[in-house]
Write a protein that binds this ligand. Structure first.
Ligand code: HEC
Ligand code: HEC
Length: 379
């Protein structure tokens, strides 16, 4: 297993100089116990003990260096084969670059070319990693693409962009039509980024540079990936159902033990002193909305099993992953933007047969009503 890449995503940047800024409002909001946990979490994270705690289980440090070498060699071999075939049609065809773990190896950041293409790739990467900054007008919450597509969209079983790129155009049951990659990205803006609460009030318009730059970045990440192939490690893990089923109440205990440390007992995550999101929110007004893929318990369970707790993937049992997914997805979040009539109607139309709490009653409360950001002062 790979250790977290400390170079590319702001959220996983070195924690050395990081100090938690607890605002008065947060203090009031957070439960007392949660705060104590948080303070402990901050210390553990800051001291680097978090990484050490997991390094042992990972056993990765030694193995990962040679894993990266193998990946780099595979890419170099592919590029050499391409070059040879340019002049000699009988030379062996290039082979898809694959690492020791059997997953596709996208190009390294250092391979980004100079010039206009390289500039577009870099802008796409920046939008992907820090969406609230680089696509500010269209982001209605505190999320960034890379918070769900880890390692800047490189991580296997985290819906990596190298696997996504070669799947489009693609038929999607969600809107019952062929979707271009631009339309697919638009979907993540509408639901995962809750664009309707953004300054623009909607996702970027068709043909916007934001799509072009994101797609240029994805195209570059997918260099060497075969068109149309369902790649190993693409999408999110599909977790088998367990005999016990899922239970949000059981999930609370899993959450407190494994997640609250970073995402907070109140699920609202943590910001750095400069306001940048350090640990993303999981529910509430700043999280993905009720129409998002992550609000489906099966999708969240698969994501969590393979990716959470951060730097400790596959440490939860399947049962724990299902239960904790149910727990986080039982909470209110921004409303499903497709809901025009009642929740019941929207449930029947858009959430039929889905594993989610949308439109269901849990602990006597109807879920899916939505929570909005407080109006800006003076607005
Ligand atoms: C809250 C988590 C979350 C955020 C934030 C997010 N996505 Fe996604 N994304 C998902 C999920 C979940 C899916 C898979 C949905 C499904 O299974 O229906 C997905 C799927 C995708 C796919 C298709 C993947 C495939 O293999 O077909 C693309 C492309 C994509 N997202 C791009 C983006 C971009 C670009 C952004 C930022 C603008 C973004 N996502 C933000 C959760 C997220
Ligand atoms: C060590 C800190 C840490 C722990 C512990 C942790 N997470 Fe995360 N989590 C993160 C970070 C950071 C991200 C964003 C990914 C990135 O930037 O690399 C994230 C992303 C997520 C996301 C997708 C983004 C979002 O906000 O919706 C979900 C869902 C999630 N975590 C759930 C969990 C669950 C459930 C647990 C417990 C089983 C957990 N996390 C434990 C740090 C942590």
């Amino acid at each position: 297993m790979k250790k977290i890449d400390t170079g590319t995503t702001p959220a996983s940047a070195a924690a050395d100089h990081y100090t938690f800024k607890v605002t008065a409002k947060r203090l009031l909001l957070a439960a007392g116990g949660g705060l104590v946990l948080f303070a402990a979490g901050a210390l553990v994270y800051q001291s680097g003990a978090w990484d050490k705690m997991f390094a042992a289980q990972d056993g990765a440090s030694g193995a990962s260096a040679s894993h990266e070498e193998a990946g780099a060699q595979a890419r170099a071999a592919m590029l050499a084969a391409r070059k040879a075939r340019k002049t000699d049609g009988s030379a062996a065809a290039p082979i898809q670059p694959v690492g020791k773990d059997g997953y596709f190896v996208p190009p390294a950041e250092s391979e980004i070319p100079d010039g206009p293409v390289g500039d577009a790739i870099k802008r796409g990467r920046d939008i992907f990693v820090d969406t609230p900054k680089y696509a500010a007008r269209y982001v209605g919450n505190s999320m960034a693409c890379a918070q769900c597509h880890l390692d800047s969209g490189r991580r296997e079983n985290s819906a990596p962009m190298w696997a996504a790129y070669v799947q489009y155009p693609k038929f999607r049951a969600k809107n019952n039509k062929i979707n271009t990659l631009e339309e697919r990205i638009n979907g993540c803006f509408q639901y995962s980024m809750n664009a309707q609460a953004s300054e623009a009030g909607k996702a970027p318009p068709p043909g916007d540079d934001i799509y072009k730059e994101l797609m240029t970045y994805m195209y570059w990440l997918a260099d060497g990936a075969p068109t149309g192939e369902e790649m190993r490690g693409g999408g999110y893990l599909k977790l088998k159902e367990t005999t016990l089923g899922y239970d949000a109440r059981r999930g609370l205990a899993v959450y407190e033990q494994n997640c609250a440390l970073c995402h907070g007992a109140d699920g609202q995550g943590r910001r750095e002193a400069d306001g940048k999101v350090r640990f993303p929110p999981l529910w509430g007004p700043e999280a993905y909305n009720w129409g998002a893929g992550m609000s489906r318990i099966d999708t969240a369970a698969g994501f969590i099993k393979a990716n959470m707790p951060l730097s400790k993937p596959y440490s939860l049992t399947d049962q724990e992953a299902w239960d904790v997914a149910a727990y986080i997805d039982s909470h209110e979040r921004p409303r499903d933007p497709r809901q025009t009539g009642t929740i019941e109607e929207a449930r029947a139309k858009f959430h039929k047969g889905e594993k989610s709490y949308y439109g269901k009653v849990l602990d006597g409360q109807l879920r899916g009503v939505g929570v909005a950001r407080p109006a800006a002062p003076g607005a």
